[in-house]
Design a protein. Structure first.
Length: 264
């Protein structure tokens, strides 16, 4: 009978060893032979076997009748959490200043728990020689989108004209959530022109939430911006991701705001 291992020892076993953690993540993809693990992780058989025995003793992995290694049910659950934790650490360290220097109150707790989904993101920043880099990149990406869902508590006059062109001339589906303050700045004639256009796919919503974020999620990317700690919006930095999980994170966050908004 295998010796029971307490939660503290199990935590140290998984977290404190890159090798064991990588073995678990590798086995989560599919069952693997010793040779597969040795090749994929670039380790020796002796090293792999020693680590695998530790995982077996802890009831996280086992060797099946075909001599392949696979995760136990407990091992698979723990691996999913370990992988998520690893992704979270990666995204927070990768863009450390971005997270430290901004107000994160616009991200609800349940979405913060999934922040690791943004692991594949890239930080776009203005430079002294290209002060409109963030803006130009966003407009370029937006012009290629087929479905656009945006949340904003900032007003940029140029964007409504851009949305007008996308909706009327390119038949793009657009949903926008604004604060009352931003909605009050939008030109009524522009909105009327869009709504009166046959086949218009514009949906407008207004929220009473004090939104501390401005982001756009489309069929192909997520562009995410935040406010500085002092309350001013950071126009000079955007987090961009084309990754499937990152886009899903953006859609979930949009739905969170949508539930707190009213259709115009």
């Amino acid at each position: 009978m295998r010796k029971k291992i307490d939660s503290g020892d199990l935590l140290r076993l998984v977290i404190c060893s890159d090798l064991r953690r990588n073995l678990l993540i590798c086995l989560n993809e599919d069952k693997k032979s010793l040779g597969d693990l040795r090749t994929e992780l670039n380790i020796s058989s002796t090293t792999a076997i020693h680590a695998l025995r530790e995982l077996e003793k802890s009831n996280l992995a086992f060797q099946d009748k075909d001599k392949n290694y696979t995760l136990t049910k407990i091992g698979r659950i723990i691996t999913l959490k370990v992988a998520d934790f690893s992704n979270t650490v990666d995204i927070l360290k990768k863009h450390e200043r971005f997270w430290l220097e901004h107000d994160l109150s616009g991200i609800p707790d349940d979405m913060m728990e999934k922040i690791g989904w943004l692991k594949g993101s890239t930080l776009i920043e203005d430079t002294p020689t290209d002060i409109f880099k963030v803006h130009a990149n966003f407009v370029s990406l937006l012009s290629k989108a087929k479905v656009i869902k945006g949340v904003s508590s900032i007003f940029v006059p140029e964007f409504m004209k851009l949305f007008e062109d996308l909706i009327i001339n390119k038949n793009v589906e657009v949903e926008l959530i604004f604060t009352k303050e931003v909605a009050g700045k939008i030109d009524d004639l522009t909105i009327e022109k869009i709504f009166n256009n046959k086949g218009s796919k514009l949906k407008l919503y207004i929220t009473k939430e004090d939104m501390k974020a401005a982001f756009t999620v489309t069929d192909s990317f997520l562009s995410f911006g935040l406010f500085h700690i002092d309350g001013s919006y950071d126009y000079n930095r955007d987090l961009i991701t084309y990754d499937k999980k990152g886009i899903e994170w953006g859609r979930d966050l949009y739905e969170w705001y949508l539930q707190r908004a009213e259709r115009v």
